[in-house]
Design a protein around this ligand. Structure first.
Ligand code: GDP
Ligand code: MG
Length: 469
């Protein structure tokens, strides 16, 4: 299959957001974006590959340098329309006054479509009309993108009215806020600028959708493995005679907390790579609960289930978990561990952050003369908190547009306090039941039950991801 790869040149006035739009559309954070106008002097092509195969490419161009004279030349041109661009470039190649025009028109010679970018938060000027007219005269398929750099929307109607005269399609697309869905919609609308492009762009859109689905599936696997590792943690250490129980317990819990923090970070890093955020450091919004340490009181107050939900969860699972542990806990056991079961289990599941942080109730603990074993986790609240934090991170990363480079510049983005604090607290009883079973089967040997528990958990997480994206 040797198909031509569709190419789009992103053109416009300097500093309107061309490179930002391209970066977001192509999910490529290596695109150079600069607050100084006129920094892009050469065209640069950014291929978008899915499964190692290039499916579309976008070309970043320098902004117009001398639009008025360019238009004048084109209007006086008496040659064949089909050779207009070639002749313009031939006539101006060595003229430094038209250097950028020669560069930016170059991709059109090889059949690239045009994506014209303007900042729609400012009024229309004559020079914009001039640039649009130049693009119309090229006869290439073209779309206009309104990228509002400011919140100002008062000028949009004016822009749209003018665009209708010059473009086959118009989209509002914010390079710093665009979501996955908006990217797909924009790609879909590129189809309407040229019938010939339709079949190949259909394939591109399908590939993008499938790729996104594939990433979500990978996130599901990532999260399941993360939960299994985090919640299934056990550690045995030898005890010296006369060792202080409390001190030992506390140091083992600290170790576990460190282990979890590392595990959480690794999982987030993997997600980040999956969504192609490679270069820039992601900043979490200042008000995000993710700014809080995993074991801070606030985290436990806000994430996961409410106390009453937990009480119910505990009542459901407490008996089973308690029974399982009691049988397993041969030898000496101490602390809450030995009394866990039934209603006691229910009550102890609903812990407040503070009690939890005291560290004594997170991990099961068993002590005999020679060794102590900690883990696996016996508090299901940890599952909900860990999952909530990962889902929040997921939501953050999929909505971080690649063209966005700084949280604090401008007023765009997640400025306001997010209404959503956690996700699992809103899940139905049935969904929580799935978590229960998954949690319980983690420490069981029944592989059939385990597989079922995992499968149900996988589809639950999958549904959650879809609701978020
Ligand atoms: N706040 C905000 N800034 C933007 C937006 N688009 C671009 N910018 C900023 O505007 C400047 C110019 O953007 P750039 O993409 O390099 O423009 P280009 O010269 O047309 O390629 C950069 O500092 C961008 O970060 C936007 O939608 N919102
Ligand atoms: Mg640029």
């Amino acid at each position: 299959m040797n198909q031509t790869i569709p190419e789009f040149a992103v053109v416009g006035h300097p500093n309107e957001g061309k490179s930002s739009v391209l970066s977001t559309l192509a999910e490529d954070d290596s695109v150079r974006i600069s607050p100084m106008p006129g920094e892009t002097r050469e065209c640069q092509t950014f291929p978008v590959a899915i499964d190692g195969r290039e499916i579309i490419r976008f070309t970043d161009t320098p902004g117009f340098q001398n639009p008025r004279k360019t238009l004048l030349w084109m209007q006086e041109y008496r040659g064949d329309d089909a050779t207009l661009i070639r002749d313009f470039i031939a006539a101006h190649e060595d003229n430094p006054d038209f250097r950028d025009e020669c560069r930016l028109l170059q991709p059109l010679l090889r059949g690239a479509g045009i994506i014209f970018v303007v900042d729609g938060s400012r009024p229309l000027r004559n020079v914009d009309k001039t640039e649009m007219e130049i693009l119309r005269l090229t006869g290439c398929p073209r779309m206009a993108i309104i990228n509002c750099k400011m919140e100002e929307t008062g000028w949009l109607a004016q822009w749209q009215a003018e665009f209708r005269k010059h473009f086959n399609s118009i989209r509002i697309f914010n390079s710093c806020q665009a979501t996955y869905r908006e990217r797909i919609e924009l790609l879909e609308s590129l189809k309407s600028i040229d019938q010939d492009l339709q079949p190949v762009l259909d394939q591109v859109v399908t590939a993008f959708r499938r790729d996104w689905e594939g990433r979500n599936n990978q996130v599901v696997e990532l999260l399941l493995a993360f939960l299994e590792e985090a919640l299934g943690y056990t550690l045995r250490v030898p005890v010296k005679s006369g060792a202080e129980e409390a001190a030992l317990e506390s140091s083992l819990h600290k170790e576990y907390e460190q282990f979890l923090r590392r595990l959480e970070r690794t999982c987030q890093e993997r997600m980040r790579t999956l969504f192609k955020h490679n270069i820039f450091n992601l900043e979490l919004p200042a008000q995000s609960i993710l700014q809080e340490d995993l074991f801070s009181e606030k985290t436990w107050e806000f994430l996961g289930l409410s106390s009453s939900q937990l009480l119910m969860a505990g009542a459901l699972s407490g008996a089973a978990v308690g029974a399982g542990i009691d049988v397993a806990a041969a030898g000496l056991s101490f602390g809450i561990f030995s009394t866990l079961g039934g209603i006691v289990g229910a009550a102890t599941t609903a812990l407040k952050g503070k009690e939890f942080l005291a560290g004594t109730r997170l991990l099961g603990m068993r002590l005999d003369a020679q060794q102590v074993q900690v883990g696996p986790v016996k508090n299901i609240q940890l599952l909900f908190v860990l999952l909530d934090r990962q889902l929040l991170f997921y939501s953050h990363i999929i909505n971080w547009a690649h063209g966005r480079r700084d949280y604090n510049s401008g007023s765009s983005g997640e400025g306001a306090l997010p209404a959503k604090i956690g996700y699992t607290g809103e899940w139905t009883r049935q969904d929580r039941g799935i978590c229960e079973v998954f949690f319980r089967t983690l420490v069981q040997d029944d592989s059939l039950q385990k597989t079922r528990g995992r499968e149900d958990m996988a589809s639950l997480i999958h549904r959650a991801l879809q609701d978020i994206s």
